[in-house]
Design a protein around this ligand. Structure first.
Ligand code: CMP
Length: 399
């Protein structure tokens, strides 16, 4: 099932919304009945359908980074004048449409005609860029050709301490990949900026405004001198957002079947698909290592993963032996504990046979999996019981 917005729906609802805002009716349902009845009557008089109405000009609201407005602004007296109540031929259809329609319409090739952006780079710059981009989850679904196009389009940005790379509320211009530097993430709560996280010399930010056509959701402040690689909005949308639509088609059924994510709304699950990366591992390959700092969370898409912990018995400790404590198969997750507790990895994970995992980075985990955190916290008690059964004592797993 893919989310496709029927032609004309956005404009239909925008038109209705505009009339509600202009007329402030006491009963929205009653008003809707009148409004849509008139719309239908007008349509049957002139023989046009919603889709063709959508192509004509007229009143409408722009949800495209511009202030909300109607084309009736200024000239007309809108106050409580029922004669002014026209069925709305909606906004210009050939411009970028609503947030959702724009973000998830893979077949819309409006931006395919835009010229390819190329910022020439020295060999040294290209090397540094490739290194910075190698673990960026959003790039993991691109094919080789698309990835090179992204690399060609990226440009170097040097930043100074305290520089605001992004300000919350602004329109989105670029997506950024971190080459070096520490960056605070601040989100306004009750008018005060609260630090909700930090990027430490790796990762990326600035995708949300470009993906969903929203204002910037956070302020990003450089804590020290740093270097970033920017990717312009048009290239990001043409390559990454289009790929996301394919990703949604590929993963939506699987993601809906993951028990952990059942409590989320469909739209929340789709946002997870938008930011996830996919990585394959070979038999025996270590996926995460005990004691490492954590920056990712994993869901097994195929194959099996073995969770191993360094044994606590004296003899085993000497030769560093590991004991299997759990296995995860399709739909199950691992690597969440360290993100929930802010501690290093409590165990290692290895692929059994060929394994494919979906990966979500720590910032997206924080942002999108908040409602699932309680379920994950409940697991801690279960893990502790398991360790007591295996080793006679539990590790200190809590934060
Ligand atoms: P965007 O909204 O385009 O610009 C600010 C960026 O901060 C946002 O995209 C995300 O990439 C990043 N970010 C990291 N953590 C958060 C968070 N908790 N809430 C919102 N944005 C966040």
């Amino acid at each position: 099932m893919s989310i496709e917005i029927p032609v004309g729906l956005t404009e239909l609802l925008q038109g209705y919304t505009v009339e509600v805002l202009r007329q402030k009716p006491p009963d929205l349902v009653e008003f809707a009945v009148q409004y849509f009845t008139r719309l239908r009557d007008t349509r049957s008089q002139d023989g046009s359908g919603a889709a063709s109405a959508a192509k004509t000009g007229g009143k409408g609201v722009m949800f495209d980074g511009e202030p909300m407005q109607t084309e009736s602004n200024g000239d007309e007296d809108d106050e409580d004048d029922d004669s002014d109540f026209e069925p709305p031929p909606p906004s210009r259809f050939n411009r970028r449409v609503s947030v959702c329609a724009e973000a998830f319409n893979p077949d819309d090739d409006e931006e395919d005609s835009e010229p390819r952006v190329v910022h020439p780079k020295t060999d040294g710059q290209r090397c540094r860029l490739q290194e910075a981009c190698k673990d960026i989850l959003l790039f993991k679904a691109l094919d080789q050709e698309q990835f090179s196009e992204v690399l060609d389009a990226m440009f170097e940005v040097l930043v100074q301490p305290q520089e605001h790379v992004i300000d919350q509320g602004d329109d989105g211009d670029n997506f950024y990949v971190i080459e070096r530097g520490v960056y605070d993430i601040e989100v306004q709560k009750d008018g005060v900026g609260c630090c909700v996280g930090q990027y430490d010399n790796k990762g990326s930010f600035g995708e949300l405004a470009l993906m969903y056509n929203n204002p910037r959701a956070a302020t990003i402040i450089a804590k020290e001198e740093g270097a970033l690689w920017g990717l312009d909005r048009a290239t990001f949308r043409r390559l990454i957002v289009k790929n996301n639509a394919k990703k949604r088609r590929m993963y939506e059924i699987f993601i809906e079947s993951v028990p952990l994510l059942k409590s989320l709304e469909l739209s929340e699950r789709m946002k997870i698909v938008d930011v996830l990366g996919v990585k394959s591992f070979q038999d025996g390959e270590r996926i995460i290592m005990q004691s490492d700092m954590a920056d990712c969370f994993y869901i097994v898409e195929s194959g099996e993963v073995k969770i191993m912990m360094k044994s606590k018995t004296k003899a085993d400790r000497q030769d560093n032996a590991e004991v299997e404590i759990a296995r995860c198969s399709r739909g199950q997750y691992f690597g969440e504990l360290a993100l929930v507790t802010n501690k290093p990895r409590a165990a290692s994970a290895y692929a059994i046979g060929d394994v494919k995992c979906l990966m979500i980075d720590v910032q997206a985990f924080e942002r999108l999996l908040g409602p699932c955190k309680e379920i994950m916290k409940r697991n801690i008690a279960h893990y502790e019981e398991q360790l007591v059964a295996l080793f006679g004592s539990s590790a200190d797993l809590r934060d």
